[in-house]
Design a protein around this ligand. Structure first.
Ligand SMILES: *[C@@H]1O[C@H](CO)[C@@H](O)[C@H](O)[C@H]1NC(C)=O
Ligand SMILES: *[C@@H]1O[C@H](CO)[C@@H](O)[C@H](O)[C@H]1NC(C)=O
Ligand SMILES: *[C@@H]1O[C@H](CO)[C@@H](O)[C@H](O)[C@H]1NC(C)=O
Ligand SMILES: *[C@@H]1O[C@H](CO)[C@@H](O)[C@H](O)[C@H]1NC(C)=O
Ligand SMILES: *[C@@H]1O[C@H](CO)[C@@H](O)[C@H](O)[C@H]1NC(C)=O
Ligand SMILES: *[C@@H]1O[C@H](CO)[C@@H](O)[C@H](O)[C@H]1NC(C)=O
Ligand SMILES: *[C@@H]1O[C@H](CO)[C@@H](O)[C@H](O)[C@H]1NC(C)=O
Ligand SMILES: *[C@@H]1O[C@H](CO)[C@@H](O)[C@H](O)[C@H]1NC(C)=O
Ligand SMILES: *[C@@H]1O[C@H](CO)[C@@H](O)[C@H](O)[C@H]1NC(C)=O
Ligand SMILES: *[C@@H]1O[C@H](CO)[C@@H](O)[C@H](O)[C@H]1NC(C)=O
Length: 626
């Protein structure tokens, strides 16, 4: 007995000791690496890096991870560092994600041992005096999103391995002495590039012609450049007088026809109950009418390749669609979306899926599941087209644009800010839509791609979610686009491995976006990128809660408590551990109750809608009563 008692006490001491160690822990090896760096490079301005003080809490420019076990960011701009970077110092910070040494006077070559920093997402070395060639193999930094090496003396060519950085969003190499041809950089994620003032020759590759010409000024580039094809190089316009966008759609269709015949006709309708005046009446699917039947009869797959869902009553044939003007609405993880405006003023959104990698049967089954959902807060899938080479989905078009454009577009210009009432309705609507999706397919359906550019305003001014259920259809090789990663739950490493808890995480990020007005991954002061969830956590932890809210919201009185309540819901959703996140049905209840935080009553926004609109309609019985 006594022995057991001693053992217990010993174990208790051990556990206690470990806990104390953890509490006071700091990354000892990373600290030493930083000390070695500071002692082996000269700097004109002082650094407060005292070996006795805590590296994570008191050293300037250093950020640790959540449990202070590693240094993840080093930001030392403008400290007057000069001379070369000492080898085997910073390169020991193997967990480093952000490194900024911009605006110093560092010289010498690009440090060869930086290849150890495989987790870097952002590298800012601009405005120094580096020289020599760029590293030839960029693939060692396959997480890099931002590269800024502007204003240095780098020479040699631009390595083509940059084209393998599938997360890259910004590439700044301006004001160097880079020569040779610009490599083809086929990176859909790339949003900004600046190669100006170098010695580059040749032409701007097709993949980069979407960027403004100033990005290439100050080089010796030949001006003859072909107009980039809107859709794909295989798209051949057949009628010179048709407008470019029409040709693009034609290109899609020709591309989709294995036999080379034009086989596709897309029918559309806008089943806006308001306009029809026959609310609640379910229109029978019109699968075999006139021109459509004719067009499809040539298809060896029969009319299975073109499927319309209930609720459509007007048909458009191929010619109508070809005459429609089309414009690119956006490029997303799963493909490009076009807005097609038909002659009778009907507008539809046509999504062209890429990298679909499932048999026709699975695709069709998933389309049936998605199309069965008729809910005020879920954008209706109207039709789809499947052939070996081409998969199209047709949705209603939302004229106000997505939440992303409402929140972020032209913020500086005289745009009407999105008011708090609207944001609250968007949150409530989106929560209703997602909660409903989670009840489908025996409670197993996952949205899989929740982000602000997939949320719209429905006719009642509530949020409405689009683009669901595609994650499981796409090929596993699909690299997640950087612009979505801010929404993706930390445990999701493969775009197909989405779950309902990961949807809840993404919805939490949407709430944070509504509250802060900031994108999930945004630049802070035009320099370092910030992950919204981490940023909000850091601000809230330091008890500056009020600082997180969007300035545009400050003009509305008496909403602080509601905003704080929404913030709490958001942080609960965006919890790191999936099993700790609430279920979407609980999230919905809390979001709907936000208004009552203030008034103690049922939320007024909700009452308004409940009086007039059914929240949930059964699958297949589309009925929107006004
Ligand atoms: C950096 O400087 C310290 C002390 O001056 C020295 O002990 C260490 O070896 C140096 N490290 C490197 C990598 O040069
Ligand atoms: C800091 O550490 C040194 C030994 O490295 C020690 O001599 C000194 O007293 C410490 N200073 C403080 C303030 O703890
Ligand atoms: C790099 O990031 C991955 C994924 O976040 C993580 O698993 C790994 O531990 C990191 N590497 C280091 C050295 O911290
Ligand atoms: C940059 O480096 C070159 C030598 O590579 C040197 O001549 C020049 O003075 C340096 N400029 C600055 C501002 O340090
Ligand atoms: C790059 O510059 C160095 C001198 O800084 C020179 O020796 C080297 O030949 C240059 N390389 C190219 C490709 O111009
Ligand atoms: C980079 O991509 C190219 C094709 O674009 C491929 O041939 C090459 O092997 C890739 N390099 C690495 C290191 O993955
Ligand atoms: C390049 O240098 C020019 C002239 O010094 C400057 O105006 C421009 O802002 C620089 N470009 C970048 C991207 O820093
Ligand atoms: C620009 O490139 C062409 C060949 O591509 C060359 O003939 C010409 O001399 C170059 N001009 C300058 C200013 O380097
Ligand atoms: C080409 O389009 C024009 C109008 O856009 C039309 O009048 C003409 O008939 C079309 N030609 C063919 C061959 O389709
Ligand atoms: C890159 O550095 C240049 C020059 O300082 C700056 O103008 C530009 O905004 C930077 N871009 C990014 C994405 O950091």
């Amino acid at each position: 007995m006594e022995q057991m008692g001693v053992k217990f006490i010993l174990r208790a001491i051990l556990v206690l000791g470990t806990v104390l160690l953890l509490v006071n822990s700091e990354p000892v090896e990373d600290k030493q690496a930083l000390l070695d760096f500071a002692q082996n490079i000269s700097h004109w301005r002082p650094l407060n890096w005292d070996a006795n003080s805590s590296v994570c809490s008191s050293w300037i420019g250093v950020t640790c991870d959540h449990d202070n076990s590693r240094v993840i960011a080093v930001r030392l701009p403008g400290l007057g560092f000069h001379g070369p970077i000492p080898l085997d110092t910073l390169s020991r910070l193997s967990a480093l994600q952000i490194l900024s040494l911009r605006s110093n006077a560092i010289s010498g070559p690009f440090p060869s041992d930086f290849s150890n920093l495989g987790n870097l997402t952002a590298l800012y070395l601009q405005s120094n005096n580096f020289s020599g060639p760029l590293p030839s193999d960029f693939t060692v930094w396959n997480n890099l999103a931002i590269i800024n090496l502007s204003n240095n003396g780098f020479n040699g060519s631009i390595p083509s391995s940059i084209g393998n950085l599938t997360h890259l969003t910004a590439l700044f190499l301006a004001n160097n002495s880079l020569s040779g041809e610009i490599p083809e950089l086929n990176l859909p994620t790339l949003q900004a590039i600046d190669l100006s003032n170098n010695d580059l020759t040749g032409t701007v590759p097709i993949s980069l012609q979407r960027f403004p010409s100033w990005a290439f000024l100050g080089n010796n580039l030949s001006t003859e450049s072909s107009v980039p094809p809107l859709v794909s190089p295989s798209a051949q316009p057949s009628n010179k007088s048709a407008n470019l966008s029409g040709s693009a759609i034609l290109g899609i269709i020709i591309g989709g026809s294995a036999l080379g015949f034009v086989l596709l006709a897309v029918l559309m309708i806008v089943c806006r109950s308001k306009k029809d005046g026959n609310e609640g009446v379910v229109a029978k699917p019109k699968k075999k009418e006139g021109p459509l039947k004719k067009a499809v009869s040539g298809d060896q797959d029969g009319n299975q390749s073109l499927v319309f869902f209930e609720g459509c009553s007007l048909a458009f044939d191929l010619e109508d669609l070809l005459r429609a003007s089309a414009e690119v609405l956006g490029k997303g993880t799963f493909g490009t979306t076009y807005k097609a405006a038909l002659e009778d003023a009907t507008k539809v959104a046509v999504k062209r899926l890429k990298d679909v990698n499932v048999p026709r049967r699975d695709f069709e089954q998933q389309m049936e599941v998605v199309a069965k959902i008729r809910h005020l807060n879920v954008a209706a899938l109207r039709a789809y087209y499947y052939s070996k080479d081409e998969k199209l989905m047709v949705y209603d078009y939302f004229r106000q644009g997505s939440l992303s454009s409402m929140l972020h577009a032209k913020r500086s210009e005289g745009r009407t800010p999105l008011d708090w009432e609207t944001r609250l309705r968007i949150a409530i609507g989106a929560a209703r839509g997602i909660a409903h999706i989670h009840t489908q397919k025996d409670g197993k359906l996952v949205h899989g791609n929740i982000k602000a550019s997939n949320i719209f305003l429905n006719d009642e001014g509530y949020g409405c979610v689009s683009d669901l259920g595609l994650a499981t259809l796409t090929s596993p090789m699909t690299q997640p686009a950087m612009r979505n990663t801010g929404y993706r739950a930390p445990e999701v490493t493969d775009t197909r491995k989405v779950t309902q808890p990961s949807d809840v995480y993404s919805f939490g990020v949407i709430l944070l976006e509504l509250l802060t007005g900031k994108s999930p991954i945004h630049a802070l002061g035009g320099d370092e990128v910030v992950h919204l969830v981490r940023w909000v956590h850091s601000v809230v932890r330091e008890e500056w809660t009020a600082e997180v809210f969007d300035i545009e919201l400050l003009r509305y009185p008496n909403i602080e408590e509601e905003m704080v309540e929404m913030l709490q819901i958001a942080l609960a959703c965006a919890t790191r551990m999936p099993e700790q996140r609430p279920k979407m049905s609980d999230v919905l209840r809390r979001v709907e109750d936000i208004r009552s935080v203030n008034t103690g009553n049922r939320p007024s926004v909700e009452t308004r809608s409940e009086g007039s609109t059914p929240i949930v309609t059964e699958a297949g019985s589309y009925s929107a009563h006004k």
